[in-house]
Write a protein that binds this ligand. Structure first.
Ligand SMILES: NC(=O)c1ccc[n+]([C@@H]2O[C@H](COP(=O)([O-])OP(=O)(O)OC[C@H]3O[C@@H](n4cnc5c(N)ncnc54)[C@H](O)[C@@H]3O)[C@@H](O)[C@H]2O)c1
Length: 354
């Protein structure tokens, strides 16, 4: 088992990574615990570990619909009725949608109750469960409500991935490739030679990927925990255009696929802007193909509402007047932040849509 410890603001976060390591939980949970679990996860895996603790359970279906604000209110009500105090725990067991809901609830209930994240998707292990950012949806407004709230413990037990379909594994790889392209050349080299072993579910390789990604994400989060200094923006590489693609397809494609195409278009943008090296586009496309991710919208096989896509670019959270703050690779594994004219972003996006 590998362990990473980091102080983020005034909180210590510990991440455990390995296979069959869930027992580690026992050391950290006393008092009451509310287990928030996605239905697909075998309840015995968690309940058996905590059977002699004072536990309650709430089950969510899995998927984006769980992030509706109404779920938050239901969970808060249960915490209140069962008399949960700040020293008690919420234990979140599921993918990124579930850890997002759990993080938001934990941050608002009594202004903060202990939070333990147990991500069960690759996306959760490499990204969503780490870093303290959460978000829930208000109607159609995705992540309209959210806070920054750090989990004290994250247990990434790779055994959960045994049941995760390949498509979801691939979805998580988009964020891993993002770290590699903009901040971690060593990871890039590792990924390039490891794709066969990844698809054969070689857990030594998967553990390295999860570990390396966690280190990369934490290294950014600890410098900019509240996303105030521009440093955390590096995590948004591929996401301006990726989000526009998600909006224009009414969120019918996975986040990973959208970010993959987003990284291709934003690499083109960096090259046209003259800040990214010419070969970066080839490298990004090559890596995405190795991990079976799409590199253009035609591969999605669905209609894109182009007007909506372009409109979504103008509504990007990182826009400042007529410009958008965009992290772009200045060489493989290195990035910088650029203010880019929105009209320029749109023109490259149109070209990229083909
Ligand atoms: N807070 C952050 O920093 C952050 C970062 C990235 C993404 N996110 C959020 O994460 C969400 C996407 O996360 P996700 O892709 O994990 O989605 P998800 O939680 O919906 O999980 C995807 C699917 O996998 C199923 N699943 C989960 N674990 C499984 C397992 N072990 N075996 C089999 N099936 C399993 C789920 O039930 C669901 O159907 C989005 O809402 C996104 O906004 C948040």
């Amino acid at each position: 088992m590998r362990c990473i410890e980091e102080d983020i603001c005034c909180n210590r976060t510990k991440i455990f990574i390995g296979r069959n390591i869930i027992e580690v939980l026992r050391e950290y949970i006393d008092g009451k615990a509310l287990i928030l679990r996605q239905r697909v996860i075998d309840p015995n895996r968690i309940v058996n570990i905590l059977r002699d603790r004072n536990i309650y359970e709430v089950v969510l279906d899995g998927g984006e619909r769980d992030k509706d604000i109404s779920n938050v209110m239901n969970i808060v009500r249960i915490l209140y009725e069962k008399g949960f105090q700040r020293r008690d725990h919420i234990v979140a067991v599921g993918g990124g949608t579930l850890t997002d809901v759990a993080g938001f609830v934990a941050s608002i209930y009594l202004r903060g109750i202990n939070l333990v994240n147990i991500p069960t998707t690759l996306l959760g292990m490499v990204d969503a469960a780490i870093g303290g950012k959460n978000g829930v949806n208000l109607g159609d407004m995705k992540n309209a409500l959210g806070t920054f709230y750090q989990p004290s413990i994250i247990v990434s037990d790779l055994e959960f991935l045994d049941t995760l379909p390949d498509e979801e594994m691939v979805n998580g790889m988009a964020e891993v490739i993002k770290y590699a392209v903009v901040m971690d050349r060593e990871l890039y080299t590792f990924l390039k030679k490891s794709y066969d072993r990844f698809f054969n579910r070689d857990y030594d390789v998967i553990e390295d990927i999860v570990y390396r990604s966690a280190i990369d994400k934490l290294s950014i989060v600890k410098q900019d925990p509240y996303e105030l200094k521009g440093i955390r923006s590096v995590l948004n590489f591929g996401h301006t255009i990726g989000h526009a693609i998600e909006v224009s397809t009414k969120f019918s494609i996975s986040h990973g696929k959208a970010v993959a195409i987003g990284m291709v278009c934003e690499s083109m943008l960096g090259i046209e802007l003259g800040v990214s090296p010419k070969d970066i586009l080839e490298e990004v496309i090559h890596m995405l193909k190795l991990y079976r991710l799409p590199t253009n919208v035609k591969e999605l096989g669905i209609d894109i509402d182009r007007d909506l896509a372009l409109y979504a670019v103008t509504r990007d959270k990182k826009s400042r007047g007529a410009e958008i703050l965009m992290p772009l690779p200045v060489e493989l594994g290195k990035w910088d932040l650029f203010r880019v004219d929105i009209e320029f972003v749109k023109s490259v996006f149109i070209k990229c849509l083909g």
